[in-house]
Design a binder for this molecule. Sequence first.
Ligand SMILES: CC/C=C\C=C\CC(=O)SCCNC(=O)CCNC(=O)[C@H](O)C(C)(C)COP(=O)(O)OP(=O)(O)OC[C@H]1O[C@@H](n2cnc3c(N)ncnc32)[C@H](O)[C@@H]1OP(=O)(O)O
Length: 316
Amino acid sequence: MAAVAGSVLRGLLRRQLSAQSQPLLSFRAMSSAAEQPPASHSYETLKVSRVREKVFHVELNRPDKRNAMNAVFWREMVVCFNKIAQDSECHAVVVSGAGKLFTAGIDLMEMGSVFVMVEGDDTARKAWNLRKKLREYQESFTVLERCPKPVIAAVHGGCVGGGVDLISACDIRYCTQDAWFQIKEVDIGLAADVGTLQRLPRIIGNQSLVNELAFTARKMMAPEAESSGLVSRVFQDKQAMLEGAFELAADIAGKSPVAVQGTKVNLVYSRDHSVPEGLRYMATWNMSMLQTEDLMKSAQAALEKKSPKDVLYSKM
Ligand SMILES: CC/C=C\C=C\CC(=O)SCCNC(=O)CCNC(=O)[C@H](O)C(C)(C)COP(=O)(O)OP(=O)(O)OC[C@H]1O[C@@H](n2cnc3c(N)ncnc32)[C@H](O)[C@@H]1OP(=O)(O)O
């Protein structure tokens, strides 16, 4: 069976290859060190750098305030990840926090002015405006999920309140052994409203544990985060974690972007739909995406016992 499939594929490849004026499979030149930071990304609360070929590193960058999420941050997240979604120079992203910990969550100094002093002539209009604001805040993390490039959260120290909302919208989570996670919202008098309650049960797959964490605001330490499935790897320290996250991102970024980004879009879609709906969406997706030249390039590399890392895929 495998031999027949191999010969069919070789025949197909021969036909494809002879139809091309250029060789289909061009091999990647080894890239050296990290390149310059991407010029279009200049922010007050985020720091964006290019750490490997086609890998961006986005750092929450208010270390003196423990990366508390102020109004500028919420806006900049949307701009940053919408740009990354469009940027063919980036195929995978690592998100981490600068300084002592990942993030202390929402900026408590600003919360009053943003959520209590809402404009509007009466209760209905105030409620309407508050709803609009909440939807905008939700968008700040939904952009992570909508960005077709895989996003890896790398958490060290504390990840409080809004931090859990943020990492729940990421595709992969790593942490250090000193990391802790806290759905802190009930302790400041609110129900978490920017994604934790919707996404976390689907990540952990244990509603009882999510409920316990959300009702009590107790800290979940790294070993429990790993055993419950919130994170997939725990590292000795931040440096080792970032190295691991960059390597993972580089591995992903080296594969066909048609395959990787299609995988992300369909995983997210399938999480929110039934199996028949997911399968229908997948078939519609791949009826165009299977026509990519990446498929033949990858198949040829596999037949020649080469790694996808050696194939030069067009950027996307
Ligand atoms: C639509 C709504 C959207 C999202 C809602 C999200 C809800 C939440 O995020 S709930 C969680 C809110 N956060 C907290 O309750 C955490 C408060 N902070 C702490 O408990 C501690 O700071 C710490 C995270 C445990 C870290 O402790 P430590 O390392 O000892 O640092 P500190 O000395 O406490 O702080 C240093 C510096 O940062 C300022 N800061 C810390 N957290 C916040 C914050 N959440 N908001 C604003 N500022 C914060 C702190 O005031 C210090 O500032 P100085 O100017 O140096 O005094």
